[in-house]
Design a binder for this molecule. Structure first.
Ligand SMILES: Cc1ncc(C[n+]2csc(CCOP(=O)(O)OP(=O)(O)O)c2C)c(N)n1
Length: 413
C-alpha cells in the first residue's frame, strides 16, 4: 500500500502523543510503540487499502500505515479511544482485551474466502498473546483451511513487565512461526514439519524488537489537573487493607497466589502482595480460562489457590471454568468433590483516565445469577476488605470477591 508515512513521521507522531499525554490532556490510556517502524513499514507495503487489519491496543503506527489520517487518529486518541481504535472506513479493528481480536480476524478471513474476495486480513499481536489458546486455535485453523490471513507476532519479550519466557519457558511460538526480516519476507522454518504448512498461503510471521516505551503511559506518573488537590486517602487505605488481607491468606498452609501481576509489577495487585514470599506466587497473565481451571485442579490436591484477575473484564474468559466446573463440581460429583478457590477481581476505575468498557465493567450481578455454590462478595469500602477475605477463608465454599471501583475514589466515580 502506498503510504506517505515514514519512519520519522511515525516516531514524530508518537512523540507528539507522548507530550500531549504528559500534559494531562489525553483522557484514556495510551500504549506507545517504538523501534519496530522499519518492520511495520515493510509489512504494510504489502497491505492493500481494502485489506482488513486487526490489532492490539499498541496500534498507532498500524492505524497510520493503514491510512487513517493523523488528525483523525489524534482526535480518537484525545477522546480516550487509543486502546480500542476502530474505523469501518479503513477496515481497522483493535481491542484492549489481549488476543481478543484474533478470532474475529479469523472469522473475517473465512468470510473473504467463502465470498471469493481478493482482499485479505492481517492481524498483529504481542508475544504474550501468541502463547494463548486462541492464537494457536486460530493459526491452526487458518493454515489448515488456507484462509487469506497473515498473523504477525511482535515479539518484545515482555507482557506488561513480565518476561514472557519466565512464564512459559524457552520454547515460543517461533516453533510455529517463520522469522520475518526487514530485508525480505523470509520463511525460516524452525522445524521441518511446519515448513510444509508455512509454504501455504496463511503464514505466521514473527519479529523481535525492543520496546521503546513503557508498557503504557509515558513512564512517569501524570497528575491530571483536577486530581492535583485530591486526597490519596482512598488509595492508601486500599493498599494497606488489601495487603493485610493477602498476608492473612498467605499465612494459611498451602495458599498460592496465581494470576497476572502477582510476581511482576504492572497493577495494584503487585503492591497488595508486598512481603509475601515469591514461592507462594505464580505469574499467569492472559490465559484466564486456563488459570481458573488450574485453580480448581490445585484445590483438588488441597492447595488453597487465591486466583487473581486484575480486571473483572479479563476474568470473563475464565467464566466457563468458574460456572461449569468450580460452581457445579459438588453437584456433578454427587458430593465427592468440593474444591475451594478464593477468586479475587477488581472493577476498573474511570478516573483519572477512562479506559473504556473493556476495562471498567462490573459484572457482579451477572455472576450472582450464574453461580449457585460459589459465594459472591462485593466490597465497596476498604474497612470491609479484611472481613470479606476472612469470610472467604472460613467458608466451606469457594468465593468470588469483587473489589469495587468505589475503593479507589469513594462515591466520586
Ligand atoms: C484478557 C486480558 N488479560 C490481561 C490483560 C492485561 N494486559 C494488557 S497488555 C498485557 C500484556 C500483553 O503482552 P503482549 O501480548 O506481549 O503484547 P505487548 O503489550 O508486549 O505488545 C496484559 C497482560 C488484558 N488487557 N486482557
Amino acid at each position: 500500500m502506498k503510504n506517505k508515512q515514514t519512519k520519522q513521521s511515525l516516531i514524530a507522531f508518537e512523540e507528539r502523543i507522548k507530550d500531549t499525554y504528559s500534559q494531562g490532556e489525553i483522557r484514556g490510556p495510551i500504549h506507545l510503540s517504538k523501534n519496530n517502524e522499519d518492520v511495520l513499514i515493510d509489512i504494510f507495503s504489502r497491505v492493500n487499502s481494502d485489506d482488513w487489519v486487526f490489532t492490539t491496543y499498541r496500534n498507532h503506527s498500524h492505524a497510520l500505515l493503514k491510512g487513517i489520517p493523523e488528525n483523525m487518529l489524534e482526535e480518537m486518541i484525545m477522546d480516550g479511544h487509543s486502546m480500542h481504535l476502530m474505523s469501518k472506513q479503513h477496515k481497522f479493528v483493535s481491542s484492549s482485551i489481549v488476543a481478543g481480536h484474533i478470532p474475529m480476524a479469523l472469522g473475517t478471513a473465512l468470510a473473504l474466502k467463502r465470498r471469493g474476495a481478493h482482499n485479505k486480513v492481517w492481524t498483529f499481536c504481542g508475544d504474550m498473546a501468541a502463547e494463548t489458546g486462541v492464537f494457536h486455535e486460530a493459526t491452526k485453523y487458518a493454515i489448515n483451511h488456507d484462509l487469506p490471513i497473515t498473523f504477525i507476532v511482535e515479539d518484545n519479550g515482555l507482557g506488561v513487565d513480565t518476561p514472557t519466557k519466565q512464564v512459559w519457558g524457552e520454547t515460543d511460538t517461533g516453533d510455529l512461526a517463520c522469522r520475518f526480516t526487514t530485508e525480505k519476507l523470509a520463511v525460516v522454518p524452525v522445524n521441518g514439519g511446519l515448513a510444509r504448512l508455512l509454504d501455504r498461503s496463511p503464514k505466521v510471521l514473527r519479529y523481535n524488537y525492543t520496546r521503546g516505551y513503557k508498557h503504557h503511559g509515558v513512564g512517569v506518573w501524570i497528575t491530571f489537573p483536577e486530581e492535583k488537590d485530591k486526597s490519596t486517602q482512598h488509595l492508601d487505605d486500599y493498599h494497606r487493607e488489601t495487603n493485610a488481607a493477602m498476608k492473612m491468606l498467605a499465612d494459611e498452609p498451602n495458599s498460592l497466589f496465581i494470576g497476572q501481576t502477582v510476581a511482576y509489577p504492572g497493577s495494584p495487585i503487585f503492591k497488595s502482595l508486598d512481603g509475601i514470599p515469591q514461592n507462594q506466587r505464580l505469574e499467569l497473565p492472559v490465559i484466564e480460562e486456563t488459570q481458573m481451571g488450574m485453580s480448581i485442579g490445585l484445590a483438588l490436591e488441597d492447595y488453597l489457590p487465591v486466583s487473581i484477575f486484575p480486571r473483572f473484564d479479563f476474568m470473563i474468559s475464565g467464566t466457563n471454568q468458574l460456572v461449569n466446573h468450580l460452581d457445579k463440581m459438588y453437584e456433578l460429583s454427587q458430593g465427592q468433590f468440593d474444591p475451594k478457590v478464593i477468586i479475587r477481581t477488581t472493577v476498573g476505575t474511570k478516573r483519572p483516565i477512562n479506559p473504556g468498557p473493556q476495562h471498567y465493567q462490573d459484572h457482579t450481578e451477572a455472576f450472582e445469577h450464574m453461580l449457585t455454590n460459589v459465594d459472591v462478595i462485593r466490597v465497596n469500602h476498604a474497612s470491609r476488605l479484611v472481613p470479606a477475605y476472612q469470610r472467604a477463608l472460613s467458608s466451606n465454599h469457594s468465593s468470588l470477591i469483587v473489589e469495587s471501583d468505589k475503593l479507589f475514589y469513594g462515591d466520586e466515580q
